[in-house]
Design a protein around this ligand. Sequence first.
Ligand code: FAD
Ligand code: NAI
Length: 476
Amino acid sequence: MSQFDVVVIGAGPGGYVAAIRAAQLGFKTACIDAGVNKAGDAPALGGTCLNVGCIPSKALLQSSEHFHAAQHDFAEHGITVGNVQFDAAKMIERKDAIVTKLTGGIKFLFQKNKVTSLFGTASFVGKNGDFWQLEVDDKGAKTTVEGKHIIVATGSTPRALPLVDIDNVNVLDNEGALNLTQVPAKLGVIGAGVIGLEMGSVWKRVGAEVTILEASSVFLGAADQQIAKEAFKYFTREQGLNIQLGVKLNKITSGSKVVVEYNNAKGEAQTAEFDKLIVAIGRVPNTHGLNAEAVGLQKDERGFIVVDGECRTNLPNVWAIGDVVRGPMLAHKASDEGVAVAERIAGQKPHLDFNTIPWVIYTDPEIAWVGKTEEQLKAEGVDYKKGTSGFAANGRALGLGKAKGTVKILADAKTDRILGVHMIGPMVSELISEGVVGMEFCASSEDIARIVHAHPTLSEVVHEAALAADKRALHG
Ligand code: FAD
Ligand code: NAI
């Protein structure tokens, strides 16, 4: 039997980072993970994010963007490329190579940091003195591992739609949506959330006719609605995504085609037929296989492991981080919680500010935000001011051929402290960091306005929005 100071369950961006940090802090650390590669014949570290989430989706977004640009944008640069062809299988091959490289990278990092990597499904058994006992099941071969501290980082899985089963042939979850080797002529997507928009964009750009059916009557309800409305206009009018809001699904039949019967926002009965259907209606915490009940590990009514602000569960020295606990289901949130927990175990006092976790949606244009939306500030009765600026006249954006979008800075009306930054536009996934740093340092919009921003850069739009918050925009 092996004993460790810290045992991490799950090697996603929460778990693997927690394990590395714990080992760096001098703890004898093991990380147990049950993930397998796409072929299902070898362990694959990295969890949802690296295998079937963040990384593969961004690879496909890039490939599809290149294809679209070659078809539609190159000509105005004076570049003629003739008859542009698209090979979906090749795109998937490239994506798989990136996944393999990165998941292999974690194996290397574990070796470098002396983290013991164990393959199998871990479940709680009980306690042996100060140690928690876990059973690790590798296809029936069972071993026992003991840890003084346990960090549960078992992630999340797609939320099921009761109307239809996922077969990843015709009806797909995120895994199937990332592995189509032929472009479906007609693609349906249930859910206009982050996955629906990113995956819908990929397959639309390479030629599919895409219809997204969304239950909510509000588009991107978590985003600032000025930005969401602008995004809706680009996605529907310019890019041709058919996004229907306020729908109610009635029946889904999967055969040679997938037939979806639903009521539209006006309550009218509709039938749509698709070659493939992606279901992306959110994700649920994954505690399957943990045997949490045996040790009384507390979960809430939605299945999340209950933790306090520092990721402590109801059990002594058992911690939980990432998608399996409250808060946004984002890789960087999971990783930062992992680092913080490892440091807490070492007696340090790390701090993670949940108000400054950035969100990014990797559509074109990209959407990014941090902090409060205007709707939230209004609901909370906060007296705020705002400054907005657009990419339309930004020299760098024009050079890139991506001169559309807006940056909005929301600041407290009296103190000028930045309360939220909202963006839609080119590379705002990178620009949002300025907002995050600013908010972490309690910056005012004047602070951003007084910082020299390089010219010509996209960041000048952030600068201009900060100037606008003080009603002194130079180019607006
Ligand atoms: P996970 O990454 O889910 O990892 C959990 C690991 O635990 C898995 O390897 C699993 O096999 C293992 N496990 C579970 N139970 C056990 C057990 N009992 N024993 C052993 N091992 C177990 N987030 C972003 O921030 N940016 C993005 O661009 C982004 N894109 C995404 C795109 C898609 C299509 C999807 C689906 C998600 C995306 N996310 C993105 C979300 C991101 O993937 C998750 O927030 C992140 O992976 C959560 O990390 P985690 O470590 O908590 O869990
Ligand atoms: P989501 O929560 O973003 O969106 C789900 C959408 O489905 C919502 O708009 C919801 O109203 C809708 N919906 C729910 N039930 C429905 C029904 N019965 N019929 C029609 N619509 C319905 O969830 P999604 O897209 O599945 O992604 C899961 C999570 O993964 C995200 O919330 C995010 O945390 C993470 N993610 C992050 C990404 C990023 O950071 N760029 C990319 C992709 C995923």
